[in-house]
Write a protein that binds this ligand. Sequence first.
Ligand SMILES: NC(=O)c1ccc[n+]([C@@H]2O[C@H](COP(=O)([O-])OP(=O)(O)OC[C@H]3O[C@@H](n4cnc5c(N)ncnc54)[C@H](OP(=O)(O)O)[C@@H]3O)[C@@H](O)[C@H]2O)c1
Length: 319
Amino acid sequence: METMMAIRLQDYGGPESLVYESAPRPTPGDHEILVRVRAAGVNPVDWKFCAGWMRERLLVDLPVVPGLDLSGTVVAVGRLARNWRVGDEVFGRTSLGGHGAFAEYAVAPADAFARKPPHLDHVHAAAIPTAGLTAWQALFGQEGANRGLEPAPGRRILVHGGAGGVGSFAVQLAKWKGAQVLVTGRAENGPFLRGLGADVVIDRESARFEDIAGVVDAVLDLVGGETLDRSLQVLSRGGAIASAVGSPSVEQAAERGVRIVPLWARTVPAQLERLATLVGDKVLRVVVSEVLPLAHARRALELSRGGQVRGKLVLEIGG
Ligand SMILES: NC(=O)c1ccc[n+]([C@@H]2O[C@H](COP(=O)([O-])OP(=O)(O)OC[C@H]3O[C@@H](n4cnc5c(N)ncnc54)[C@H](OP(=O)(O)O)[C@@H]3O)[C@@H](O)[C@H]2O)c1
């Protein structure tokens, strides 16, 4: 049996339940590819998964390798995964509870990847998938399905949690489309958020956003709780709200004439390619605040759980 070094979750719990150890190297099924992982992006869903938030829905057998986002090189291709060849450089997403990204090798569905262009290194490519797709789908909708928040000139969009992974993409994409972008965050993130294109930064610790934002056309909520509940008050009739964290009240939204944009990030390779192109065109910057070695995944998840990560954390794997 071939082995690899991996981070494995032995039992549900905090990041301390993660162990860096030797594990069997997975083999791809018919529609899958085996990727030599060069970098794995870290998302809040990783620590939530490890803490058992999805254990009843996913019914995963432990131990399991966590991690969703990765960039690497294809080393084996399933019998029916004809879109990739050995040696292709790809970035994309594994499945939650499957053979995760926090390992030297990962198996994932072949249709959950895009080609990694040469202008993107593995670290920056691995930082894109979940956060970039969530921002894209919130703003522009899911391919052929719902409408997004539709940033455009003359439209005011409020982003809660703009300094994080999803937010750092969303602020830039909304600005690219010409919207006026308002963002909530800690005061110390003000210059960073303005650098991403925020027109107005609201210090969430010293002010209530309702007192400063005025009326907005759209809200992207990346925080949840009472921030989400209070957001309906600042939306114009005909406005739209998307939350990556909670469910806006359907009754209150209907009462106020606000459209709810459903948001659950799906892996759409064409959108990954579009995001990568925008990075190449210098429209979009992938903000990576820290790169850690695979063995330090525990630390990365602790930081993520702390809720103050600026941009993205990425694990770099192998030389
Ligand atoms: N439904 C989906 O498909 C989906 C997809 C992706 C993400 N998500 C969820 O969406 C949330 C955001 O994801 P992410 O990757 O952007 O997380 P993240 O990178 O961990 O976001 C961290 C940022 O959130 C900001 N923040 C924390 N509390 C805040 C508050 N009360 N008000 C305003 N900003 C606050 C912090 O900025 P400051 O320090 O400046 O406050 C920090 O920079 C997570 O809960 C994640 O699980 C869901």
